[in-house]
Design a protein around this ligand. Structure first.
Ligand SMILES: Cc1cc2nc3c(=O)[nH]c(=O)nc-3n(C[C@H](O)[C@H](O)[C@H](O)COP(=O)(O)O)c2cc1C
Ligand SMILES: [Mn+2]
Length: 492
């Protein structure tokens, strides 16, 4: 694989392949960068490096990178796969690599420590943070960045992607969901009346970005080791200045500080142009990250992304979350349910497809329980379709066919699981019903469509002893051979 150590080397790699466009014309952080990014994403265009941002010529950070993973070809590139590899292959490779997390290395000297700013000198307004969308509640400083926290007791690290908005020169209100990795961590600090140390990593390796945005179950390590596995090269980490958190040595910018569960410390955040494609979510006081220290590489590259997409409108995150999500669910599911032969989420992780080699009645229901019982169901698998292993889950027409001819709701093939945790950003749920302050999370009624052949159907002699009639689309072997033999004679 074409090696790259960090985002900076990844940008160099993109440059050599003509996959990045440097924009030297002066652009405004206020809506112009967001509008350009939107258009380029929609066209599946190049990664973008903005080098001349209005008001940011003499600040500590002057450049902005976005859309690094904005096409399937670049996702392949980041994984070291041939640019044309289909998602079927991407999911397979991710799943395989993630089955063997790779230990990270802790180093002493790191590029991200080239510059250190502490205390009163911290000024986040020195970063060229865009207002991405005209309806956004503010300038979103934390989009593709990775948030690092530690379990207070087990000392296990978590690295997750969570949104955050620039509020003051040293504070960032964020969307903290109790069911996510850092949500569970914060609850433990809250019990002791302590603030939680955290770090936000801006401009991290694209492999770390992909892993931090995936629902990886990692009882014995963190997302860093999964990123190392994806790259097949260990991630180099360095200790934070103000805590014992570990951050990538080659990151562009690291914000260090603390977050509190005390509502008195909350600042208003939202709304944000969300991944649903809607301005889902309100403006409300939210958990606020207080930045005490900033470390950064010389001439750092601020990094962010747009994440909202709707039919015909594309976003950077949509190119890889379909694959990372499928691979993470497949790996985890495989540990607890037999004969899972594939997982795919073609458009939105709300709609998940699982393929099984069915072993018994209730197998599809077991799959649903396993996903809905765990963090695999966070923001995901509201609608689950389970198919037999003769149905290609990457083929929409095949799945539609199975839905048409293998589902009979009267026989229990469709089941509802009401009042589960759900996305607080899903506009199909009334706002009051997904009030995270009151409920911690949103609320979903989950739906399983079991599109496997129902084993209540009796095998029948006229069906050659099977539960289902024989396919009517094949040709008997004798005539298949005959027609093949005479094919040219027919004039084809
Ligand atoms: C750009 C982007 C922004 C995201 N923002 C949030 C967010 O604000 N809150 C949240 O709970 N999840 C958010 N997610 C989804 C999480 O990254 C994802 O659920 C991931 O699995 C979380 O990691 P964890 O399982 O370690 O908590 C976002 C994902 C992306 C790609
Ligand atoms: Mn995690």
């Amino acid at each position: 694989m074409e090696p790259y150590r960090d985002q900076r080397e990844y940008i160099d790699l993109l440059e050599r392949l003509g996959e990045v466009k440097r924009i030297r014309a002066e652009v405004d952080w206020d809506l112009e960068i967001g509008a350009i990014t939107r258009k380029v994403c929609n066209q599946r265009g190049p990664a973008l490096l903005f080098e001349n941002i209005n008001g940011y010529r003499h600040t500590l950070c002057r450049r902005l990178f976005t859309n690094g993973l904005g096409t399937k070809a670049r996702v392949n590139l980041a994984l070291g796969l041939p640019a044309e590899s289909p998602y079927r292959e991407i999911v397979r490779v991710m799943k395989e690599r993630w089955s063997k997390p790779l230990d990270s290395i802790v180093v002493k000297d790191a590029p991200v420590k080239e510059n250190v700013v502490r205390g009163d000198k911290v000024d986040l307004c020195q970063l060229p943070v865009p207002r991405w969308h005209y309806r956004d509640g503010g300038r979103y400083i934390v989009t593709s960045a990775a948030t690092v926290t530690r379990d207070r007791d087990s000392r296990q690290l978590n690295v997750g992607v969570y949104r955050g908005m620039l509020s003051t020169r040293n504070s960032i209100p964020m969307l903290l969901a109790a069911s996510q990795g850092w949500g569970a961590h914060l609850a433990k600090y809250q019990e002791r009346g302590e603030d939680m140390p955290m770090a936000v990593v801006i401009g991290e390796d694209p492999a770390i970005f992909m892993c931090a945005a995936a629902p990886i179950i990692h009882p014995n390590c963190s997302e860093y080791e999964f990123a190392g596995a994806l790259k097949q090269r260990p991630i180099e980490l360095v200790r934070c200045e103000t805590s014992d958190l570990l951050v990538p040595a080659g990151a562009e910018i690291v914000l260090e500080g603390k977050i509190s569960a005390d509502p008195k410390t909350f600042e208003p955040e939202g709304p944000f142009s969300e991944y649903t494609g809607y301005m889902a979510g309100d403006r409300a006081p939210r958990h606020t990250f207080r930045v005490e220290c900033v470390t950064y590489r010389s001439d750092p590259v601020f990094t962010g992304c747009i994440t909202s997409r709707s039919p015909g409108r594309h976003a950077e995150t949509a190119t890889f979350t379909c694959a990372t999500f499928s691979a993470a669910v497949w790996n985890a599911l495989e540990q607890i349910v037999p004969n899972v032969t594939g997982v795919w989420t073609p458009v939105a992780r709300e709609n998940l497809r699982v393929q099984i080699k069915k072993l018994y009645r209730g197998h599809a229901q077991q799959v649903a329980n396993a996903i809905w019982a765990s963090k695999l169901g966070n923001y995901a698998a509201k609608h689950l379709i389970v198919v037999d292993d003769d149905i290609d889950i990457f083929d929409d027409a095949a799945v539609e066919w199975a839905l048409a001819y293998r589902v009979n709701a009267a026989m229990g093939d469709v089941s509802f699981f009401p009042a589960t945790i759900g996305s607080m950003l899903d506009p199909s749920v009334p706002l009051e019903e997904r009030d995270a302050k009151k409920y911690g999370m949103g609320k979903w009624t989950r739906v399983l469509t079991d599109a496997t052949i129902n084993w209540e159907l009796e095998p029948r002699a006229e069906y050659d002893g099977k539960r289902y009639p024989p396919l009517a689309t094949d040709i008997d072997p004798e005539h298949e051979a005959l027609v093949d033999r005479r094919w040219k004679e027919y004039g084809f």
